[in-house]
Design a binder for this molecule. Sequence first.
Ligand code: CDP
Length: 571
Amino acid sequence: MKIGKNGLTVLEKRYLVKDEEGKMIETVEGLFDRVANAIADADLHFDSKADTKQTAKEFRNMMTELEFLPNSPTLMNAGRPLGQLSACFVLPVGDSMEEIFEAIKQAALIHKSGGGTGFSFSRLRASGSTVKTTGGVASGPVSFMRVFNMATEAVKQGGTRRGANMGILRVDHPDILQFIDCKKDNADITNFNISVGVTEEFMEAALKGEDYPLYDPRTKLEIGKLNAQEVFDKIVDNAWRNGEPGIIFLDRLNRDNVVPSQGEIESTNPCGEQPLLPYESCNLGSINLLSVLKMDKDGTYVIDYEKLKRIVNTAVHFLDNVIEVNRYPLELIDKTTKATRKIGLGVMGWADMLLRMGIAYNSDEAVVLAEKVMGFINENGRKASHELAKTRGSFPLFSESVFASGAPLRNATVTTIAPTGTLSILAGCSSGVEPVFAFAYIRNVMDNTEMIETNPILKQVLVERGIYSDKLMKEIIAEGSLQHLPEIPEDIKRVFVCSHDISPMHHIKMQAAFQRHTDNAVSKTVNFTHDATREDVREAYIQAYKLDCKGVTIYRDGSRDSQVLNIGSVQ
Ligand code: CDP
């Protein structure tokens, strides 16, 4: 078992099965056995003589070797009574009391099981419009979002993890200005990430400084105009203030909607990486890129593409099986998910892999390699899905999909790049495709002692070069970066760049490189230093648009009272 100390702590705290008194009744080995066996059993749905023992062994090894991990709900719930295995759901919100409160109930059931929900509120009538049955005045999308937020807050107490939501409003909804401001106060609507759903028409109007139309969601009639540049500036100003709202490019989500007959994609999951149709769910899994490095004859690290291919094949098999044994929170979600069978295979440990290979994250070489690695995963992932289709059949809506004239596919989408917030701690690697946030920091452990945590790859290099010392680490802790330290040699400085050493433009270039080879979307936060200007943020949003990203999320250091990652220390 390769799992490290921090990974074990997370497993013990949150994943291992406990009895009613909170006593652990599962070991770490037991967890991986439980998950591997439950997921391998799905093979029997297609072949009553399938060797599930052998498959379970492959699945277990892939997890215990930290080569691949499925999303948290699969680790928590596989082979257990709840059995809900997906991280991502999108629920529709219709323009009636019944539909609104139905969606709240459905979301509560999903949160209870560890899944996250995305909603578009664009179908709700504008605030101030009339309510036919009562003659009253409608509250509008933002008021209802507060109700969703409260429900999530209440479920938090009893659920397996903090419920997360994505709230989206189309930029041409009459309440858009109110929506853009709805999280201006950091303490408001805290269980939501919010994104403005923008259209190409809006972006072009914003770049030209023109007006664009607003539509009544019920009649679809134009009811007014706003200046696109002013609205865009307002989005940028708020994002500069505290990181929200983000933007999603709705037309691009729908350009890549592979079954357009099923309607429009109007939302993503909470962290933005998984666009889905209403009532669709998707299970994710991530390959730890550090695990596919091998030492070359000359002592440098290179990618073992054969091994990567093997992991991709087993991972696609695993994720397709998850769809079979998953216990869906609603009948309709079961049916909708199985009609397209979307899976989201992605990567983690990208930044660590670059460090090992001696390639700077902010170099053109890294961007070229990103395309090569993700291109390889995407291509082989699709091949694996094709192979599965030969024995299991293609996804039921295949003949209505954009793939209809080509080779059969088991899954309508294969790749997604998730944040891997917890998975990367379990695997002991950098998260998703993000750069390293800080090379050293202080971890406050439970008995109030402080421990210095250093990026293991940096530590190894510094030790080898004979320059490692606690004093040096403390100087790194102060900035997260090592660029300011004269005692660090230039060749180390060039490669060991952290998030704030990398220009926002390069963050976006990396996101765009991964996006080009990802069926769904890429979770990425463009991190700015505290002194970044609104103009810098505006430029990043425009570049994300120009480089064909599907969305963009930014964060300026220190712009919220409480932030997930802090330079200096973590709890
Ligand atoms: O690493 P882990 O599998 O726990 O999750 P992640 O990759 O950080 O997040 C993947 C997705 O899980 C998010 O986009 C959400 O859809 C969902 N999620 C959630 O619902 N609640 C959380 N507290 C964290 C993630």
